[in-house]
Design a protein around this ligand. Structure first.
Ligand code: NAP
Length: 281
């Protein structure tokens, strides 16, 4: 597994991490073992959210006795993003997980609450030691500029923007990714397998992935992850609910594709024009 600095936080975070949306939907023990296998395989980044039902509780069980080994991220819903509600939402997440702190706390997506309020709550939580950094999710460059302006004005930094990024959805490459690289903000790629819409091996793009995978003794999903994290500020967080899937995903953290492979994948899954609004799930 390779690790890289997570934006300005000072933490070295695995380039492949673990998502947990719907991880509570299947066999509970299997899911806990999946997270633990992922940790054993070097994935120290776990992403969860107050929105994900019992996922926070399940994550808490999985990381008991190894909390210090984890870079733990959770998120506040936009409807809870006022200064006082954000702090209450964070307290609830901490209780559900059974931890004293989050390594990074994100605004899940932009809502009606002024950003100043949410950021003020993040700063309060930082000073109370309940979060160690903060970021945002599903922000396009105009929202990023606004958040950055507010943060800079009070001597704060944005740790990351967590955004939709997979082979069939490369919109962030137009502006969000370059903006984040310029400003030292980490990019976390969510739904890196397309949330259930991974290229089929019967499709031309899927066949390209399979051919490259065969050349490395890898799988198409590992190749897809390696492509997404080719940029030095990107982290991917696939969700796996079985140990086998988690271990397979973690191994992608060691897969380095050649420039030619990257070019072939780029042609098979074209970036397309910049959409009017940033796509999100
Ligand atoms: N910030 C946001 O707005 C936002 C939005 C969406 C997602 N997210 C985060 O991003 C995470 C990942 O995205 P996602 O859950 O939407 O979808 P995803 O990671 O793109 O895909 C998950 C699907 O891939 C399967 N899978 C995982 N590893 C596999 C492997 N090695 N081989 C075959 N199948 C495999 C999973 O099956 P199994 O479950 O059977 O392993 C599951 O069906 C979420 O869990 C969440 O933490 C954030």
């Amino acid at each position: 597994m390779r690790y890289r600095p997570f934006g300005p936080t000072g933490y070295d975070v695995s380039i492949i991490g673990m998502g947990t949306w719907y991880i509570d939907a299947g066999d509970r023990q299997n899911a806990i073992e999946a997270i633990q296998s992922g940790l054993d395989a070097g994935m120290n980044h776990i992403d969860t959210a107050e929105m994900y039902g019992d996922a926070e509780i399940l994550v808490g069980e999985a990381i008991r006795n190894r909390r210090d080994d984890v870079f733990l991220v959770s998120k506040v819903l936009p409807q809870h993003a006022s200064r006082s509600e954000t702090k209450r939402a964070c307290e609830r997440s901490l209780r559900r997980i059974g931890t004293d702190w989050l390594d990074c706390y994100l605004l899940h997506w932009r809502g009606p609450v002024p950003l100043e309020e949410t950021i003020a709550a993040f700063v309060d939580l930082e000073s109370e030691g309940k979060i160690r950094s903060w970021g945002i999710s599903n922000f396009d460059t105009d929202d990023l500029e606004e958040a950055y302006g507010i943060a800079s004005g009070i001597g704060e930094t944005i740790a990351c923007d967590q955004v939709l990024y997979h082979l069939k959805e490369r919109a962030i490459e137009h502006a969000v990714l370059p903006w984040c690289a310029r400003h030292g903000v980490a990019v976390t790629a969510y739904s890196p397998f397309g949330h259930g819409d991974f290229p089929d091996t019967d499709d031309p793009g899927g066949r390209v992935l399979q051919e490259i995978a065969d050349a490395y003794g890898a799988t198409p999903m590992q190749v897809a992850l390696a492509f997404l994290v080719r940029h030095p500020t990107v982290f991917a967080i696939p969700k796996a609910s079985t140990p086998a899937h988690a271990i397979e995903n973690a191994a992608a953290g060691d897969l380095l594709l050649s420039e030619n492979d990257l070019a072939v994948i780029d042609r098979a899954f074209p970036r397309g024009p910049r959409p009017r609004t940033l796509p999100m799930i």
